[in-house]
Design a protein around this ligand. Sequence first.
Ligand code: HEM
Ligand code: SF4
Length: 561
Amino acid sequence: MSFEPISQAIQQEATAATTDQTRSVRVRRGVYSMRERPGFYMVRTRIPAGLISPEQLEAIAALAEEVNWPLGVHLTTRQGLELPGVPADKVVPILEKLQAAGITTFLTGGNSLRSPISCPYAGVTADEVFDVTPYALAVDHYFREVQTSYQVMPRKIKLAFEGCAHTDHVRTQVTDIGLRAVQREGQNGFQVLIAGGLGATPKLARELEAFIPVSELLLTIETILRVFNAHGNRENRSRARLKWLLEEKGLDWFRGEYDRERADLAKNPPALQLPTLTETAPALDGYPAVTEAELGEHYAVWKETNIHEQPQPGRVSVSIRVPNGDLLPQHLRQIAALTRRFAGNVRTSIEQNFLLRHVSAQALPALYLALKEAELDACCADELIDITRCAGSDVCLSALTNSRGAAFKISEAIRGDFSRHPDLRHLRIRVSGCPNSCSHHHTADIGLFGLSRQIHGKPVPHYAIELGGTASGTAVGSRVAEVPALRVGQAVKSTLIFYRDQHTAGEDFAAFVERVGPDAIKERLAPLANVPPPETAPTLYRDLGSDKDFRLTAKRGECAA
Ligand code: HEM
Ligand code: SF4
C-alpha cells in the first residue's frame, strides 16, 4: 500500500495547515495529532485479536527507542499498541518499518471496521466453546483486503469475538457487533449481538441472531454493515454510531432491513477463508531449579493472581500486568524474549495486559524470576489494583483531564493490603479523561471520567464517579458523584471502605450500591466535593501531574475524521 498520500498529508500539515482532507488521510492510517504538540503524532497499530509475535514486539520496541517518548508505548483497551511522540519526519519511515514487521496501522482510525478484538484465552481455557481466533482474523482480513466497500461508513464499527461460555472477556455487550461462540446440535456458530456501545451514552447490545453457523459469519457481518452503511446518520457525527440507528428506528425495523439485505447477499455470499493457526509450546521440563529464598514472598501472591490453568496437561497461561498500560521499549523486548523462552505465544488483552500462553507449570519459578528482573512481575492482574486508563491528556485531543495522573493517585490510595482485601480485590476501576469512555469506565465497579467545573470563577478539574458496572459489560454503572481531581484517590478509597464495612454477606458491589442508594454515597463523598477559593486551596485548581492552573484545552477529537 502506498505511503504517498500520508506523506503528502504530513508535509502539508507541516508547511500549511491541517485540513479535513489531511486529517482524514492520516487518521485512516492510524496517525493522530498529539495534544498541544504541533508537528508530533501518535501512531496506532492494528493488532487483530491481540496476536503479536516476539519479532513484532521487538520491531515496536526499536521504534519506541527511536522516538523516545518518555512513557514508551501504550497498550489500549482494544488490544492495540500506540506509539506517541512521533515527529512528523519520522511518521512515514515508522509506518514503513511497521509494515516490514507485518504490522499495519490501516483503518485504526476513521469510519471503518476497526480491528476485531478477541478473547485472549481462546485456545487455552476449558470454558471455551471453540477457538474464535481464526474467525476474528478472517473477518479482519476480509474487510480490510477483500471487501473494501465498508471503509467509509457513517461511523466506526467495532467487533468483539468471545469463545468462552461463561465469561465475556471482550465485552461483546457494549460493542457494535459482538459475536459469542455457541453450539447448536453439535454445530459451531455465533450468537450475534448488535448496537452496544460506550461513549457518553452507553447502550447494551441487543440480540440480532441467537445462532448463525460459522459458515455464515461474513454474510451476517456484511449484511449488518450494508444496513448501517445505507441508513446510518451521516449528518450528525454524535448520533452516527450503530447504537443510535437502533435507538431511532428500533430492532424490528433493523431486522426487516437485515433480512432483506441478507437474502440478497446470500445469492452470492462471501466465502470464509480461515487462516491456519499453529499453536506451539515449549518443553514441559528442563527449567532451572529455583530456591524459595530466591523467589521471595511475593511469588505466592503472583502465582495465585496471574496464573490461569489450561486444559492442556502441565500447561498454564501467565498474565503480565502492565500498570497503567504503559510499556517502555525494554519491557517490550523482555516480553519478546520471555515469550520465546517460556511460552508458545503471547496475546494482548483488553485489560491492558499481556498473556503468555502454553507456559509449562514447571517453568513458573524461573519465569517469575525473569519477570522480576525485567520489572514485569506485578501481581494482581485483572484485580482492583490493576486500574485501566485511557490515553488521556498526554496524547489525546479530546481529553479534559489527565487520566494517567488520576489512575496513579488512585493506585497510591489503595495499594498494598487494602487492595488485596478478600471483599475488594475482585472489583475493577477504570479511568477516562473525558466522557468518551475509552477506558471503558462504564464497565467498572468504580468508573471515573474527567470533566471541568467552574468554581469561584475558575475551572477545576473533576472526575465523575460511576458505580456498579460489570467487567463483562452486562451492566453499565450509574453516575453518583463528582469530586475534584486532586481528591480522586480519597473518594475511591472511601467508597471502597463503605462497601467493605457495610455490605451484607454475599452482597456484590452493584447490589450494595443499589441497596444503600446513590444519595448515601454522594453524601459520604460530599466533604470531598467542597472546593474552597483558589487562594486557600490552589492545588485543587490544577490537574494531577501539572503545576499550572487548569484550563480547558480539549479540541474536537480525530476519532471519526
Ligand atoms: C471525539 C473523539 C473520540 C470519541 C468519541 C472516542 C470514543 C471512544 C470510545 C467510546 C471508545 C471505547 C469504547 C469502544 O471500544 O467502543 C474508544 C476507544 C478508544 N479511544 Fe477513543 N474516542 C475519541 C477520540 C480518541 C482519541 C483522539 C484517542 C487518542 C488519541 C482515543 C483513544 C482511544 C483508545 C486508545 C481507545 C481504546 C482502544 C481502541 O479503540 O482502539 N480516542 N474511543
Ligand atoms: S476517554 Fe476521552 S480523554 Fe480518554 S482517550 Fe478517549 S477521548 Fe481521549
